[in-house]
Design a protein around this ligand. Structure first.
Ligand SMILES: Cc1cc2nc3c(=O)[nH]c(=O)nc-3n(C[C@H](O)[C@H](O)[C@H](O)COP(=O)(O)OP(=O)(O)OC[C@H]3O[C@@H](n4cnc5c(N)ncnc54)[C@H](O)[C@@H]3O)c2cc1C
Length: 317
């Protein structure tokens, strides 16, 4: 992993850096490229605009590493409001949440109860909850929770990261259980004992996992309304991997609705539109809220050009 990337990932976890950066108004301005707004109302508007362009959405109320039960429960309440807003406004969107925002580090049982009420509400509304994947110390606990709630409700899915050595086995197990999977490369600082240190190997592993994902997609028909995603979701902005998915799906004669591409709000919007025009399903990950700092730092870590974009915005103030 490049030094710049490691530095930004380390900063994403440093409280002192968070306090310093969040005080700068220009940093908040720069973060706006990746964040739909501070309020649910602003996020709803962003989703409406995406839906008009034929892009589905998944709403993320920003927050992670929560240490107070009251804060974790309040995050759950916000997700209930987000699900209600999606239904009320007729949006083509579901929600994505992080377990450390729901209290995983406080008490796993409390976290389970907190997520369960969100999944239950989503089920009542015909909607779906994606549990994001965080760092490798939480992988097993996250998969255990998803599998438990999947057995109870069905409408909850997982995320797997191609940089982890264990992901091939995890993917096979989730496919077997019929759990919906979003495959991404992985956004955290991981040691070489658990994750491929070289980006080329991560990309190669992602490519190797595509057929397993599509095998699952072929086994079950996709839902029609766009809120509940197909079984296979490919989260990447990597044009080469997007082409590989398309080629592999065509080789298997899969209908385009059998899988979807997922990209981040504000990242490669032209590619999102192009895929929609080609008839592929695309979902944008739409974060909102005031806790944008760690999310923003991970986006800076992903691409050196984003750092220059950030630096330019400092001087443009
Ligand atoms: C919908 C979605 C959900 C995700 N959920 C998770 C999750 O739950 N857990 C997790 O660990 N990670 C998650 N990620 C992040 C993911 O793991 C990667 O860190 C991120 O997507 C960058 O990898 P890439 O596949 O786009 O490929 P890369 O090889 O990093 O990028 C390919 C190309 O995409 C463009 N690009 C990529 N990132 C950016 C960016 N930030 N800004 C501008 N351009 C960019 C660039 O042109 C780059 O050359 C998610 C990503 C997406 C799209």
């Amino acid at each position: 992993m490049a030094l710049l990337q490691r530095t930004f990932l380390a900063l994403s976890r440093a409280a002192w850096a968070q306090q310093a950066v969040m005080r700068w108004a220009f940093a908040a301005r720069a973060a706006k490229r990746f964040v739909a707004g501070e309020t649910l109302a602003q996020a709803v508007e962003a989703v409406r605009a995406l839906n008009r362009r034929g892009v589905r959405a998944t709403l993320d109320f920003l927050g992670e590493s929560v240490t107070q039960r009251s804060e974790a429960w309040a995050a759950g309440d916000e997700y209930l409001r987000a699900l209600d807003a999606i239904a009320h406004h007729g949006l083509i969107a579901n929600v994505s949440l992080k377990l450390t925002q729901f209290g995983l580090d406080i008490d796993p049982q409390f976290c389970l109860e907190n997520v369960r009420r969100v999944v239950a509400r989503a089920q009542q509304l015909g909607n779906f909850v994606r549990v994001d994947m965080e760092d490798s110390a939480r992988t097993q606990a996250t998969l255990d929770l998803v599998r438990q709630l999947h057995a109870e409700f069905g409408n909850v899915g997982a995320v797997l990261q191609a940089y982890l050595y264990r992901t091939r086995d995890d993917l096979r197990a989730l496919v077997e259980a019929g759990v919906r999977v979003r495959l991404c490369k992985g956004a955290y600082n991981e040691p070489p004992t658990v994750a491929f240190p070289r980006k080329a190997d991560v990309d190669r592993n992602y490519a190797a996992l595509i057929p397993i994902m599509l095998e699952q997609a072929a086994r079950y028909p996709a839902e029609a309304d766009g809120r509940v995603p197909p079984l296979a979701a490919f989260a990447t902005h990597d044009a080469r991997l997007v082409e590989l998915v398309k080629a592999e799906a065509a080789r298997r004669d899969l209908p385009r609705e059998a899988f979807e591409f997922q990209m981040l709000y504000g990242v490669r919007p032209a590619l999102q539109t192009q895929l929609v025009q080609q008839g592929f399903a695309v979902r944008a990950y739409v974060p909102y809220g005031t806790h944008w700092y760690p999310y923003f730092m991970r986006r800076l870590a992903e691409r050196p050009a984003n750092v220059w974009f950030f630096v330019r915005s400092v001087f443009a103030r």
